[in-house]
Write a new protein. Structure first.
Lengths: 807, 431
């Protein structure tokens, strides 16, 4: 009874592996393999020999987890070599035991059965004392323990009861049941397999566009080099051509330059290059010299110098012109034409029209600053002058003189400032400061003699072909200086001017030119200006009487305005009312505009438009070819705005709830012809409806909103919300966005109208397969999508794991 | 002085070749093109009207059979070839471009119950009432009599056949589902679940190991030929005649049922169908998917063919003619353009899948909810018989509904449960 031999070395890996038993023989041969060292607890459990019997009889019953594994795997372990000897010994033992039993049975009385000895031990004792712990040391404390009154068979009993408790092995499943289990498992497996298409299917369902067949042959564009390199000359003609090309060393692959060409390029002589360089150098030097000179001249600040220079230039030009006129009248004419051209350009451009940033800043300043006003006036004058027609019949005249005369003669008397105010079509560009010139002209006559001089200068300048902005600025400053000097001389003059400006009926308030917002702000800030407004009103009234001849429609408003002019405070309140009633009224007099009414704010455009630019109007009168004039004439009686207002008023009236008259004459009193129901009765039976809610278009002057249901339209309208939409806004949005090419660019239109499914005629559409779907293909190979990957990977794991271990 | 001039670059307006389109500069300022909605609405209305005007779906009728057409098969490689089998055992091969019959075979005695082409298109199989499965060559024999390549004589009648999509395997059905190897005369395996005659069997075109069948004991059974086991069975209220797998969605199939409806199922969730398609007024006999998997066509005993979108409960189109009788079989061609239907009165008819394709699609779609447009777009002519039947059906349905309502009203709350339309038709799902 020796130790069980060590298993083959390959089967001896880590001791606690669940797959490999540490000692395969141990579980099986209870007799031979009992030499394992156990802890005290385990020893106690196995102390009784009976237990060992039990352990032998039920080898599958696990003592612990590890034991079970041992048993499970131990089946395969081949019986070792020493087992033969063991068996021999066991046989002997068995015989001995049988003999003993036979003897005991002879006695008739059951003897206490000796415990079976299963373990191999060196010494065998007759008194049931097996020397189990032969090698171990004896511990005194163990000997002192109380002797338990337990029988040797108790453990066996326990085992037996346990065995009894165990149920019998269940019957195998019925055929039906087994099939069902198989089916269920297969179904789960298959639906999992099929489920990997879920993503693809969803993607295809949601796709904006699907192109069938799914397998598309992608026509790749082969780069030219590849195509060329693959190509070979085959026919004799091609070969011949190639031969020629090779002879002339024509580059075939990289067709840039032939060798000859490169050679000729290289052959450019050195001298030539030098010459060229010298020329360039010279030119550069000259250029820089002239530049320096110009800079120097520009820096000269002396006015006199410049004046002299300009004069000389002018004189020179004149002389030349005269000479030209004498020698070559045609050339002179050409020059005149050139001037004409210049004029045209000026008319085209926005220069000198007080439109620029500077001009606007001036316009703001103009209210307070005389110089600024002047500067602007000058600008306009210049503009005027440049726009004057050159009289061709007097070619001898100095061209510069003509405009000056024209300016004075034409500009002063005509003041059709409000001429176009009645008609909204006529309202011109908002050139606020344009009205200033009138004021300025008046001023110049008596107060600013110096200005004339400066003006003269300016005109001289204008003879020159181009007037740079810088120069204009310089002049501005010069003028300012002049004015400042004057003021220093006569401080009252300024005050007089201002009073003049206010009292003069012709003049606008300084506030006027400023744009609408500013006006409102001004009004809020400065209530002290109110009297000025009244004055202005008077003035405006006059202007409008001039209009009256042209537009009769506006007469009543003018009268009203005059009335209003008398009573300032009342006027404002009234105006607010009226302003609501009629839009046009707001447009007309600037004084009215001062009052902030909602109407006025809403109709913001009209306010800008209020002050017609003086020069423009004059032009119109002169030329007589004004577009606006034509339009006003054409639509003279066509007052669209008023019509619309009237229509709206009607709609408002119609929408108002009407009182219900339930008065029955004759009831409760005398009736008959000529008898009216009493007022009491009328009061009682005239039912007044509750006031209607405020109209939605209350604050929208250009809109009439009707809430009545139109049957004819209803036939075309969707009555209930279609299915996929959740809110009516969504649906309306879908309808509102246009689809057609009229409203969308070509690209957008194509995108909007792409069909959901595209098929190619005459192409067979095969069912989808894993190769068609890139995700699926990769999934089959490496596994790109984790969601899909999990399913196939799991079954593989148990196989992979041990393989790695074994290495 | 800088003078600004108009810049005109010839590149912007000169064509490179004569064939190029002239570039027309357009101003998309919405103020220049007012009333976009009304204008588009009018366009949509016109387009819808024109669509109906130009909807002429019927193309041709292929006549030549001497008995009702019982089954059809598409050629997997050639669009112009179609096979049909009649009730007198005759098989005809048609050329659709010429609209002619190119070949006639007396294949069986009695009905040709089912036919299918091999995936490579070189041969086809037929099964008939004479208990045989025959394989035929697709090409004409050079001389002599038509002879099948193989003939398998079975013990029972085969009622249907379908070929595997990738391998040399086919399946027949009758009393059981048999899976055959082409090279053998006995089935590889037989799949049974219950005992009743199975009317149709279909391979899944994507997951090719899957198989669906429907039997006359009202059930639909799915099989897996890898495990050679049935998977699951769903029992409906009435018998399913045919089923068809969606060629783009592996787990979706549609069943044509005797109760006038079609049911689209997700094979993973058989408890209730994904969609119930109702419009027919008689038993639905056949169904076939469009190759795009977005629609399917169904043939019915009510002498009409209907086209259903997969995700809609009602049909988008109904085709019928005065002469067309009970439609027994229907196929959607594999280029998604045409529909073929074979009917009792011995003709095969060719229809367009889209009655009129070219008109403004998007606008019509945009305004499709507007009553006028919808009225025009949805208007279809129906023969009086179908129309009356529909009306009758409606009345019946309403009556049933009312009865249920009344019953619910007069019984204990909760005792008459609400059952959704989808659940109503499913009797049981058997694992």
């Amino acid at each position: 009874m020796g130790h069980s031999p060590a298993p083959p070395s390959t089967n001896r890996p880590l001791p606690c592996s669940p797959y490999f038993a540490p000692n395969p023989g141990a579980g099986r041969d209870g007799g031979g393999g009992g030499r394992m060292r156990r802890g005290p607890a385990a020893g106690a459990a196995l102390r009784g020999a009976g237990l060992q019997v039990a352990a032998r009889r039920f080898p599958a019953r696990p003592a612990c987890g590890a034991m079970a594994e041992e048993d499970w795997l131990g089946v395969e372990v081949a019986p070792s070599a020493s087992e033969g000897e063991d068996e021999g010994q066991e046989d002997g033992e068995r015989r001995h035991r049988q003999l003993l039993e036979a003897v005991s049975s002879l006695s008739g009385r059951k003897r206490r059965k000796l415990a079976e000895r299963t373990e191999a031990s060196v010494q065998v004792s007759e008194f049931n004392v097996s020397c189990k712990g032969a090698g171990e040391k004896l511990v005194l404390s163990e000997l002192l323990q109380t002797i338990r009154p337990k029988s040797a068979l108790s453990s066996v009993k326990n085992e037996l009861t346990r065995v009894k408790q165990k149920k019998a092995v269940e019957l195998p499943l019925s055929k039906e049941e087994a099939k069902r289990v198989v089916r269920e498992a297969a179904y789960v497996r298959t639906s999992k397999d099929v489920g990997k298409w879920q993503q693809v299917v969803l993607q295809n369902r949601r796709a904006e566009q699907l192109v069938f067949p799914l397998k598309q042959e992608i026509a790749t564009v082969v780069p030219l080099e590849q195509a060329a390199s693959a190509w070979k000359a085959r026919t004799p003609l091609e070969q011949e051509i190639f031969g020629l090309l090779h002879k002339t060393q024509q580059p075939i692959t990289d067709p840039l330059l032939t060798p000859e060409e490169t050679a000729s390029l290289q052959a450019m002589s050195l001298e030539e290059a030098r010459q060229r360089r010298a020329e360039l150098q010279k030119a550069r030097v000259i250029q820089s010299y002239y530049e320096a000179k110009a800079r120097r001249e520009k820096k000269i600040k002396s006015k006199k110098y410049h004046r002299v220079l300009k004069k000389s230039k002018r004189r020179k030009a004149l002389k030349e012109f005269e000479l030209l006129h004498k020698l070559d009248p045609e050339a002179a004419l050409a020059k005149l034409e050139e001037l004409e051209q210049l004029r045209m350009q000026e008319r085209m451009s926005l220069k000198h029209q007080n439109k620029g940033k500077w001009a606007r800043s001036r316009a703001i300043m103009a209210k307070y600053d005389l110089e600024a006003r002047k500067a602007m006036q000058e600008q306009l004058a210049k503009n005027k002058e440049l726009m004057q027609k050159v009289r061709v019949e007097l070619p001898e005249e100095e061209p510069g003189d003509v405009p000056e005369e024209d300016l004075t003669s034409v500009a002063v008397p005509t003041i059709p400032a409000g001429a176009s105010r009645t008609n909204p079509w006529m309202l011109g560009k908002p050139s606020g400061p344009a009205e200033e010139p009138e004021v300025q002209e008046g001023l110049e006559d008596f107060a600013v003699p110096g200005a004339a001089e400066s003006k003269g200068e300016m005109e001289e300048e204008e003879e020159e072909e181009e007037v740079s902005e810088e120069e204009a600025l310089l002049q501005d400053f010069a003028q300012k200086r002049h004015v400042r000097q004057q003021r220093a001389g006569s401080p009252e003059g300024q005050g007089a001017d201002e009073t003049d400006a206010v009292s003069e009926p012709l003049r606008d308030s300084p506030v006027h030119p400023v744009c609408a917002e500013e006006q409102t702000s001004v009004r809020i800030e400065q209530p002290s200006q109110a009297p000025a407004e009244i004055l202005l009103l008077e003035q405006l009234g006059r202007v409008q009487t001039m209009e009256d001849a042209e537009a009769l429609a506006s007469e009543e408003h003018v009268e009203e305005l005059e009335k209003l002019g008398a009573a300032g405070a009342e006027k404002q309140v009234q105006q607010e009312e009226e302003g609501r009633a009629e839009e046009r009224r707001v447009k007309k007099p600037p004084a009215k505009k001062k009052i902030i009414s909602l109407q006025a704010v809403l109709a913001g455009k009209s306010q800008e438009v209020q002050c017609p630019s003086l020069p423009v109007v004059m032009e119109e009168e002169e030329g007589g070819i004004d577009q606006r004039g034509v339009i006003t004439e054409a639509f003279a009686g066509d007052d669209v705005v008023a019509d619309f207002r009237q229509e709206k008023r009607k709609a408002e009236q119609a929408a108002k709830p009407q009182p219900v008259n339930l008065v029955l004459p004759g009831w409760g009193e005398w009736g008959g012809t000529g008898l009216k129901p009493s007022t009491k009765k009328r009061k009682r039976f005239l039912l007044k409806p509750p006031p209607a809610p405020p109209r939605k278009d209350q604050h929208l002057p250009h809109v009439i909103m009707s809430e009545r249901r139109n049957i004819h339209v209803a036939a075309h309208q969707v009555s209930e919300l279609p299915f996929p939409f959740e809110r009516h806004q969504q649906f309306e949005q879908s309808i509102r966005t246009p689809v057609g090419p009229t409203w969308n660019t070509q690209r957008a239109f194509q995108k909007l109208t792409t069909p959901r499914v595209i098929t190619r005629a005459g192409h067979i559409i095969q069912p989808i397969s894993a190769e068609d779907v890139p995700d699926m293909a990769t999934e089959a190979g490496s596994g790109a999508k984790p969601a899909l990957e999990i399913a196939p990977k799991q079954p593989e794991q148990p196989f992979r794991h041990p393989r790695r271990r074994a290495q | 002085m800088r003078v600004k001039v108009l810049s005109r670059n010839p590149d912007d307006y000169v064509r490179e070749t004569k064939l190029d389109l002239q570039r027309v500069p357009r101003n998309y300022d919405p103020t220049l093109h007012p009333f976009e909605v009304p204008r588009e609405y009018t366009r949509a209305l016109n387009a819808t009207k024109l669509e109906r005007v130009f909807a002429k779906p019927f193309l041709t009728s292929l006549d030549g059979h001497r008995d009702g057409v019982n089954c059809m098969a598409k050629h997997p490689k050639s669009l112009s070839t179609v096979l049909s089998g009649a009730c007198d055992g005759e098989v005809k091969i048609w050329n659709l471009t010429k609209r002619q019959c190119v070949r006639t075979i007396q294949a069986h005695e009695g009905f040709v119950r089912g036919m299918c082409a091999r995936f490579c298109g070189t041969s086809f199989f037929t099964v008939g009432d004479d208990k045989t499965v025959k394989q035929w060559k697709m090409e004409n024999p050079e001389y002599g009599e038509e002879e099948p390549i193989h003939t398998i004589i079975g013990k029972t009648v085969y009622t249907g056949i379908d070929h595997h999509w990738k391998e040399a395997v086919f399946a027949t059905c009758g009393h059981q589902v048999d899976i055959w190897d082409e090279q053998r005369t006995s089935p590889m395996c037989s799949l049974t679940w219950g005992f009743d005659s199975i009317s149709s069997v279909k391979f899944n075109p994507i997951e090719t190991y899957l198989l669906g069948s429907c039997a006359s004991d009202r059930n639909i059974v799915l099989y897996d030929i890898r495990k050679s086991t049935p998977l699951k069975k769903v029992i409906l209220n009435m018998r399913t005649n045919t089923l068809c797998w969606n060629p783009m969605e592996a787990f979706i199939f549609t069943a044509a049922n005797e109760d006038y409806n079609l049911y689209t199922f997700d094979m993973r969730f058989l408890e209730s169908p994904v969609m119930v398609h109702m419009d027919h007024v008689s038993a639905v006999l056949d169904v076939d998917y469009s190759p795009t998997g977005k629609e399917f066509v169904s043939a019915s005993f009510d002498k009409s063919v209907r086209i259903f979108p997969v995700d809609k409960g009602h049909s988008r189109e109904v085709y019928h003619t005065k002469r067309m009788q009970h439609v027994i079989t229907v196929k959607w061609t594999s280029d998604n353009k045409y529909i073929l239907c074979g009917s009792d009165e011995m003709n095969i008819r060719l229809w367009k899948a889209n009655a009129s394709e070219k008109l403004g699609v998007k606008l019509k779609e945009k305004f499709r909810y507007h009553p006028k447009i919808r009225r025009i777009a949805q208007h279809r002519h129906l023969p009086k018989s179908i129309f009356c039947q529909i009306k009758e059906q409606r009345i019946m349905r309403e009556a049933r509904r009312r009865k249920e309502l009344n019953r619910r009203k007069h019984s204990k709350p909760g005792s008459v449960p609400f059952v959704s339309e989808r659940k109503k038709h499913i009797v049981a799902v058997v694992k």
